[in-house]
Design a protein. Structure first.
Length: 76
C-alpha cells in the first residue's frame, strides 16, 4: 500500500498518482477516470465507465426489435 498526499490545486484538492498505478490502469495525462463509492466509505478509481455495462444491457434489449433503424443510423 502506498500513500499519497492531498495538494492544493487552485480552490480544490488533488492527488498525484505514481506512474506504476497509471500504467496498471493503462491511463495517461488527459484521460478520464471514474470514481465510485462503495460501502464502508471505500472509493474505487477506474478508467472504465461503470455505467457502460448498464447502457449495453439496455441496447441489447432493443437491438433486434429496431435492427433496421439502427443499421440505417449507423450508415449515416
Amino acid at each position: 500500500m502506498d500513500t499519497v498526499k492531498l495538494r492544493e490545486i487552485g480552490n480544490s484538492l488533488g492527488i498525484t498518482l505514481p506512474k506504476e498505478y497509471l500504467k496498471h490502469m493503462n491511463a495517461e495525462a488527459g484521460d478520464e477516470v471514474f470514481i465510485t463509492k462503495e460501502e464502508g466509505g471505500k472509493l474505487v478509481l477506474t478508467p472504465y465507465d461503470p455505467n457502460f455495462a448498464a447502457t449495453m444491457a439496455a441496447y441489447e434489449k432493443v437491438e433486434k426489435r429496431y435492427r433496421n433503424a439502427l443499421k440505417e443510423l449507423a450508415s449515416r
